[in-house]
Design a protein around this ligand. Sequence first.
Ligand code: G3P
Length: 215
Amino acid sequence: MKFFIDTANVEEIKSAVAMGVLDGVTTNPSLAAKETAPYRELLTEICKIVPGPVSAEVLATEYDGMIKEATDLAGIADNIVVKIPTILEGLRAIKSLSGEGIKTNATLVFSPSQALLVAKAGATFVSPFIGRLDDISQNGMELINQIVTIYSNYLFDTEVLVASVRHPIHVVEAAMIGADVITMPYAVISKLIKHPQTDIGLAKFLEDYKKAGKS
Ligand code: G3P
């Protein structure tokens, strides 16, 4: 399973890289809006820090604008993946961009039928937003199950990128289903390593050794 960080914050990305388990980055307009540097500048820096896929989202909502922005974003670095909203115009854009060899990430996916369509259009990644489904009392992880089954039935190459992740249980459940990628906020990545019994056990080991007069 590949681990991506869901942030546009360079310091968080550097910390996640230092953990040694980071494979890529996802950003979106809301995340970019939290940072002071312009989006293009941020993406250029992020692509230098992380060699893996870096998702950058278009703001246009009609086909021509999406293609123009996607072409510009793809020119930033070889590892840019262009995030396209899963709407009708976006589906057309994904089809055209994949024909031109530009990698795409179909974002804001909330149903298996949307995931089926973007795979047929040639999306590189599909991003189902599981936390936002959980927020409205629908089972986000069930959507991952459905998409993984559909893609496996028809051998689609599109990678399932679990997004809108809120906590470590999402990570474990997505891994058990066999999702290809998960993108997490820094807070979630940091929690994956933590267990109170590990800390208690370590403190006890060190205390026992010290008590025995060893140094
Ligand atoms: O980057 C897309 C997705 O991960 C957003 O998550 O927490 O805003 O629902 P969230």
